[in-house]
Design a protein around this ligand. Structure first.
Ligand code: SF4
Length: 409
């Protein structure tokens, strides 16, 4: 059941084209997995020379502020210069976040990355990957892989740990198990990201003829992806089925539809495994604004230490927001009923839903307005999810009108 969420009741994240929470760097197209719905052509993998990557960072520095730099790919841990690259990103003023499937992560490499200044990891783990040692695992069973990675990062100490999972119609039913798993491990997992499966496949080669290059069905009915596109409201309803308090606070809208929930952010406070509530839109606004006033950038990632300051957040938030007062009340009650929780930290944990491109029946493409995952192509900032159109055709592909019933999404 899809859940209607009124975007106007939420805080619109202030992120924009030139001043954003996140930027996106791809040093390599080499990968050791083949995830369904991957946006990148992995057939002819290349590692970019480190100097080229530095030049891309200079483009970011000239055109865009951001709190962090996502180092993605391909699989960034296969990049031979990953350690010097992390150091370079850090020295140039960003928080380096490694977006990895985690397969190549060892304790030794983790220690080197930490020394180089890595801020944290976002691990992509889901059933679309056919992971070597977990080929037949369900999404729920993959929680064991997630836990192994989260614990490894926690042992290194002080590093942010997030997970993302692509979600399709076929895996939606298991999503509550991931949300619940994250709650249990709120002390070592700061963010869960659910990315809705889309497959913006190119047909044709773009070399001539009216139909030679088309942005095909946004959803190609791949076996893993099922028959019907999933939307942010579907995921929100599933989260609420396991966590009735679920209440998103902030969003990014679509470029075609102001009310599409392209990035939908909720942050909950968890004390001793119990959800106390979700931070309010106003709290999120104060957080983003104060970070920008004091640090010059909008906040995207926090350290585990900062994320464990949920009690302080609830106390300060209660000074200006009724919803935060409710959370504080629940916290005080819980501490009164369970005195050991007086000394325990309350962890702030974020749940993000990302809904990539949708194509409207009139042919308009609904992208994430203020895209956080902009990357560099030939000196310009472009959507990383559509880089292959530029690589193969030299331009973004326009889409055609279609009968709504003939294309989901
Ligand atoms: S528009 Fe940007 S944020 Fe949205 S899916 Fe594409 S790359 Fe990601």
């Amino acid at each position: 059941m899809t859940e209607a969420i009124d975007h106007l009741s939420l805080y619109r994240l202030p992120w924009n084209y030139s001043d954003n929470g996140i930027s996106w760097l791809e040093p390599t197209t080499k990968c050791n997995l083949r995830c369904q719905g991957c946006y990148r052509d992995l057939e002819n993998p290349v590692h970019k020379p480190l100097e080229q990557v530095r030049a891309e960072l200079e483009v970011f520095r000239r055109l865009r502020k951001s709190d962090c730099m996502s180092i993605a790919g391909g699989e960034p841990l296969l990049y031979p210069d990953i350690v010097p690259l992390v150091r370079m990103v850090k020295e140039m003023g960003w928080k380096p976040i490694v977006n990895s499937n985690g397969l190549a992560l060892t304790e030794g490499l983790l220690a080197e990355l930490k020394k180089a200044g890595v801020f944290g990891f976002t691990f992509h783990v889901d059933t679309s990957q056919n992971r070597p040692k977990a080929k037949d695992a369900t999404e729920t069973e993959l929680n064991a892989v997630r836990l192994e990675l989260a614990r490894m990062v926690a042992r290194a100490g002080g590093l942010a740990c997030s997970f993302n999972a692509t979600v399709s119609e076929n895996t939606l039913a298991e999503l509550p198990n991931l949300v619940d798993w994250a709650r249990e491990h709120a002390d070592i997992v700061q963010t869960m990201v659910f990315i809705l499966f889309r497959s913006p496949e190119l047909s044709g080669d773009g070399q001539g003829g009216e139909d030679s290059a088309r942005l095909g069905n946004i959803y190609d009915n791949a076996e893993w992806g099922g028959e019907t596109a999933v939307f942010a409201g579907d995921v929100a309803a599933r989260i609420r089925s396991i966590d009735p308090a679920y209440a998103p606070a902030a969003y990014l809208n679509g470029t075609a539809n102001p009310d599409s929930l392209k990035w939908l952010l909720a942050t909950r406070l968890v004390l001793n495994g119990k959800v106390l509530g979700y931070v309010s839109p106003r709290f999120m606004e104060v957080l983003q604004t104060s970070n920008h006033m004091t640090k010059g950038t909008y906040l995207a990632y926090a350290t585990p230490k900062a994320a464990s300051l949920g009690k302080l957040a609830a106390t300060l938030g209660s000074l200006f927001d009724r919803n935060m007062r409710r959370i504080l009340g629940k916290m005080l009650l819980r501490m009164a009923l369970h005195p050991p929780s007086i000394l325990a930290p309350a962890h702030m944990q974020s749940l993000m839903i990302i809904q990539p491109i949708n194509i409207e029946p009139d042919g308009r493409q609904d992208m994430c307005d203020s895209c956080p995952d902009m990357t560099v192509f030939q000196g310009k900032l472009v959507w990383s999810c559509r880089l292959e159109e530029l690589n193969k055709c030299g331009a973004f592909i326009a889409s055609e009108k279609f009968a709504p019933a003939s294309r989901p999404g």
